[in-house]
Design a protein. Structure first.
Length: 646
């Protein structure tokens, strides 16, 4: 059937509802012949083609108003030259509801552009904006995090499954959830470029077997997938295959609303490859903030329009995470608490010291206490790129053979160690050492000043069998193994206690504590360093042990109460090291409350007081001491020993 058309107004990209009409505005840089393709919803019929006159073109934009149609009735695409393309501004993509559906590859009309006319009741939802001192960031992939199911009846592999896990995350102490790409991307890689993965050799062998041999059930080679979605995409549309039902947009909104009701932030990760205009990138971010109420965006990609993003009025209270900001960009953002440097500058010094590879204590300490008046810092030891925390202490080399790329993919600079045996071990001594190192890593991360980021499943000792680049693994190799959460309960409880300790002692994370001020009443600086002798100026050359004292007297709450004196002792050497405990500015004792060298109970059930001026740190351990004033009745004091006394 024919439709009446007239020239559009070019002001809004994509498809816009205008009463009983729809206006389509799209780009065609080369001035090729273009058309709008209309598909009757719910059918597989060929589209109605509406050719767009070249007179409806200004610059590289075409705009046409089609009268008497409704997006409730029709899906649509564009034909540019001879190529059928989806609308890069479409709020919904139809045809990708099933994950890795091979059948859509042969038909250029299998994917169709659409939108979500349904309204959503936000029910008074308000965004959450936490200070960087409050934040505990948890990064996850929607499908991998939920595919095994946290609880019975959990909605596996979906946005709703993440919502089911909110009580778990909140109990752990998480305040901010970062979601890896949740917009529409094609997970099936082009077969001519990425021919096979995982089971390809087995498939090939089966096909070559002599006649009469039992054939492999799978008639085609396995697909190569891009599970993470770091590629070009339909950025305005939430990923339909991540939805439990037929309303991905509604599920994302319900997830964000549920996070906000629990005073938790939602941070979305976006990857923009070269070629996207600055106006498009800004439009994408504005859309997700406006329509989905997200609290922050983590941006990946080169030459992004950071000036426009930071200066955009609609994004002025949205948190921006990026690899780094030029000085001119951060001007005026000191009080807004919205710019965060997000890169690996913390990861490598931490890994080097933990595994005693190219150690530099000065480099690590500078990361532990790092601060800036106008921007925050995200600290992580593990993330999706690289080993899980368990694998960091279980594998010396990466094992990415299952990716089908000859183990050439993934980083070779892992700074990992296996502590006696490559991979999973049944040796008690090996596993005890690995457990201790994981406790050390979590202690280091959660006692450092920047925003700590925990990667999905690390608190459960999740393993990827040594694969440090599971971007193409849609299998148990990349899923969070919730089935093991009971056997790894001790590690999760330790992380929970550490997070709670951090939250209850703001002196550890306060951006204003810089180490430059000395309080006259006590004579203590905000931050001080201690080696074998007290009051050193910083890490001593050649040593791999240090005590860092945080003076809580500089932190005063609304009731006028100050924070504690907190001494964190680190020993990264394999053998015992001696550290000095500075004299307290009041009558009292140092009390040891946590020791990673105590496997059964690192947060001590009975904290230990000491009057000694020296402590003897076991190899590879972290301790926390708190300065306590003497009670009226003298408490029992347990002396420190050097490991040789009976």
């Amino acid at each position: 059937m024919g439709y009446q058309i007239r020239q559009g107004n070019y002001e809004k990209m994509g498809a816009s509802r205008l009463g009983d009409d729809v206006m389509f505005t799209f780009a065609c840089p080369n001035g090729e012949d273009c058309a709008v393709l209309l598909y009757k919803k719910g059918t597989q019929s060929r589209p109605t083609v509406i050719d767009v006159p070249k007179s409806y073109r200004i610059g590289s934009l075409y705009s046409v108003l089609v009268q008497g149609i409704s997006l409730d009735t029709f899906d649509y695409n564009y034909r540019i030259g001879k190529k059928v393309v989806t609308d890069p501004y479409a709020g919904r993509i139809v045809g990708r509801e099933k994950w890795a559906d091979r059948s859509r590859l042969s038909d250029p009309h299998s994917l169709r552009s659409s939108d979500y006319p349904e309204s959503f009741d936000w029910d008074g939802d308000e965004r959450v904006h936490l200070s960087d001192e409050e934040m505990i960031l948890y990064k996850l992939h929607v499908r991998a995090f939920t595919k095994e199911g946290l609880t019975k009846g959990a909605r596996k592999g979906t946005f709703a499954g993440v919502q089911d896990a909110i009580p778990y995350l909140k109990e752990l102490g998480v305040t901010s959830v970062e979601l890896m790409p949740i917009y529409e991307f094609e997970e099936i890689m082009p077969q001519e470029n990425k021919p096979a993965y995982q089971n390809y050799e087995a498939w090939k062998e089966q096909q070559e077997k002599p006649e009469g041999a039992e054939p492999l059930k799978q008639e085609e080679p396995p697909l190569k997938l891009n599970v993470w979605g770091y590629k070009e995409a339909d950025y305005f549309a939430p990923k339909a295959s991540f939805a439990a039902g037929d309303d991905p947009a509604g599920e994302v909104r319900e997830l964000v609303r549920a996070l906000h009701r629990n005073r938790m932030e939602c941070i979305l990760e976006f990857f923009f490859p070269e070629g996207y205009t600055g106006s498009y990138v800004v439009s994408v971010l504005r859309y997700w903030v406006r329509e989905y109420h997200v609290d922050g965006v983590h941006l990946l990609g080169h030459h992004l329009p950071m000036r426009e993003i930071i200066g955009d009025p609609l994004l002025s209270d949205t948190k921006i995470f990026y690899t780094g900001f030029d000085g001119e960009f951060i001007s005026g953002n000191k009080e807004k608490n919205r710019l965060f440097v997000y890169n690996d500058e913390y990861q490598y010094p931490a890994r080097k010291m933990l595994n005693r590879l190219e150690m530099n204590l000065d480099e690590l300490v500078s990361q532990i206490v790092k601060w800036h008046p106008a921007e925050g810092f995200v600290n992580y030891i593990t993330s999706n790129n690289g080993f899980t925390l368990y694998d960091l202490f279980s594998y010396t080399e990466k094992h990415n053979e299952a990716n089908g790329e000859g183990n050439t993919d993934g980083s070779n600079w892992n700074y990992s160690a296996n502590y006696g045996e490559e991979g999973k071990s049944r040796k008690k001594a090996v596993n005890l050492e690995r457990d201790r190192q994981m406790r050390n890593a979590f202690s280091l991360l959660l006692l450092s000043k920047g925003v700590p980021l925990i990667y999905e499943g690390d608190e459960l000792m999740n393993s990827k069998d040594g694969n440090n680049n599971t971007y193409c693994q849609d299998s148990r190799a990349s899923y969070v193994t919730w089935s093991k959460r009971k056997q790894n309960l001790e590690m999760r409880e330790f992380v929970k206690r550490l997070i709670a300790f951090r939250k209850s002692h703001p002196v550890l994370s306060d951006r204003g504590i810089q180490g430059k001020t000395v309080r006259p009443e006590s004579g203590l600086p905000e931050i001080s360093y201690h080696g074998e002798n007290a009051w050193i100026s910083g890490p001593e050359y050649g040593r791999c042990a240090i005590g860092i004292l945080y003076c809580g007297e500089y932190i005063v709450d609304e009731a006028g109460k100050t924070d504690d004196l907190i001494y964190v002792a680190y020993n990264f050497m394999g053998g015992q090291q001696t550290l000095a405990l500075p004299k307290l500015p009041f009558e009292g004792n140092w009390v040891k409350i946590m020791d990673t060298a105590v496997p059964a109970e690192p947060f001590l059930k009975k904290p230990e007081r000491t009057r000694d001026q020296r402590i003897y740190m076991p190899g590879r351990s972290v301790r926390i001491y708190i300065g306590k004033r003497s009670a009226v009745k003298k408490a029992a004091v347990k002396p420190e020993h050097n490991g040789k006394q009976k």
